[in-house]
Design a protein around this ligand. Structure first.
Ligand code: UT7
Length: 336
């Protein structure tokens, strides 16, 4: 019997950092509004010709180093992103070429803010069934170049940042409960809410002759749209529900968990989830203040920063939860 465990963690954000004050003029917003409603203080946005796979390369290098593995030890790539380098092929292939890891399979998955938890479940299943030994699971996003960065798009543009997080899931023989391993996950989706947070184009569902037309660009269909209140409400309810289920099915309580790593969409969402579940605030590690919402990258990025901050150590029981576009949501439990 095999189990998977996280053998390495890495992350990367581009150097250019923008405070809320930097956005005040171009987006007709204010530091006060952003901080009060979201907890965000700054975010990182790329410059020049940096692509999503470039961010992933840096996170991958750090993850390999932390796992003390070489690129040749990796036998599968799972790449979660909603902001790919190109329409196709998947960004996993571009990362693979840049890392010189030819030959191994490369999956791209599309579960937006829940991408990391969905990817974790895939990696764990592949390892448990004996298919692969060391899987590179990456979440990486460049939001900055895909948003309406004018006052019209401010309700979305202030929220999102660019960044990447990478983890390596490795195989081990099943052992004691206190050994590092992925314990459990719980996944959900509800496509009835697909258009509450989405980017319509390019795509075949827009009733146009082409997947991308100039009229679509004029109508700004290539930018994300969000019904913020609806997303907020569902995020709180679903994250708390799923995480409660995961803890219960594993016979664990909030007290047993050492650290909670939540998706980072809004500090108020995480505070409310903590409130509902009775989680002491010091057990939740948030990074939204520094990075905004980096979608599929938030959980591995948080993992890396928690390690650096001395808040995440081997042997700790870690609870995770995420919610995002789709709607998709889920939770996970692991012994780090
Ligand atoms: O990862 C999953 C995806 N995202 C989320 O989970 C986000 C979930 N939603 C949220 O976090 C919140 O709904 C937001 C932070 C996006 C918005 O907060 P809100 O309290 O729901 O604000 P609102 O959208 O209802 O807007 C309130 C007001 C409006 O003005 P009026 O109509 O009251 O005059 C907006 O025009 O705030 C205004 N507004 C802004 N003002 C300054 C919206 N965006 C901004 C802005 N700066 N950036």
């Amino acid at each position: 019997m095999y189990q998977s465990y996280i053998s390495g963690v890495g992350a990367y954000v581009p150097p250019r950092s923008l405070t809320n004050f930097d956005l005040e003029k171009p987006l007709d917003t204010s530091d006060e509004w952003i901080q009060q409603r979201t907890g965000i203080v700054k975010r990182h946005w790329v410059e020049g010709d940096t692509s999503t796979s470039d961010l992933a390369v840096e996170a991958t290098k750090e993850a390999l180093e932390s796992a003390k593995l070489s690129k040749d030890d990796i036998d599968c790539i799972i790449f979660a992103t909603l902001s790919p380098d190109h329409e196709f092929p998947g960004t996993g292939c571009f990362l693979q070429a840049k890392m010189d890891m030819s030959g191994i399979p490369a999956f791209d998955i599309r579960q937006q803010c829940s991408g990391y938890i969905y990817g974790l479940s895939m990696a764990d299943a592949f390892i448990k069934n004996g298919m692969y030994k060391n899987i590179l699971l990456v979440g990486a996003e460049i939001h900055s170049r895909g948003m309406d960065r004018t006052p019209e798009g401010r309700n979305v543009a202030v929220l999102f940042g660019d960044g990447a997080g990478a983890t390596i899931l490795s195989r081990k023989e099943a052992g004691a409960d206190n050994e590092s391993h992925v314990i459990s996950y719980d996944l959900h989706a509800d496509g009835a809410f697909a258009k509450e947070l989405w980017t319509p184009g390019p795509g075949t569902g827009n009733g146009k002759e082409e997947r991308l037309t100039t009229s679509m660009i004029d109508e700004k269909l290539h930018y994300p749209y969000m019904n913020g209140r609806q997303v907020f409400m569902h995020a709180v309810k679903r994250m708390a529900e799923s995480l409660t289920y995961t803890l219960k099915t594993n016979g664990k309580s909030v007290e047993d968990v050492d650290l909670f790593l939540f998706h980072q969409a809004n500090m108020r969402i995480n505070d409310k989830v903590g409130e509902i579940m009775g989680i002491p605030p010091e057990k939740v590690f948030n990074t939204i203040q520094h990075y905004g919402n980096t979608t599929a990258a938030t959980i591995p990025l948080g993992m890396r920063d928690a390690i650096k901050a001395g808040k995440l150590e081997r042997g700790m029981l870690v609870g995770m939860a995420a919610f995002g576009s789709g709607f998709t949501w889920g939770s996970g439990l692991m012994r780090f």
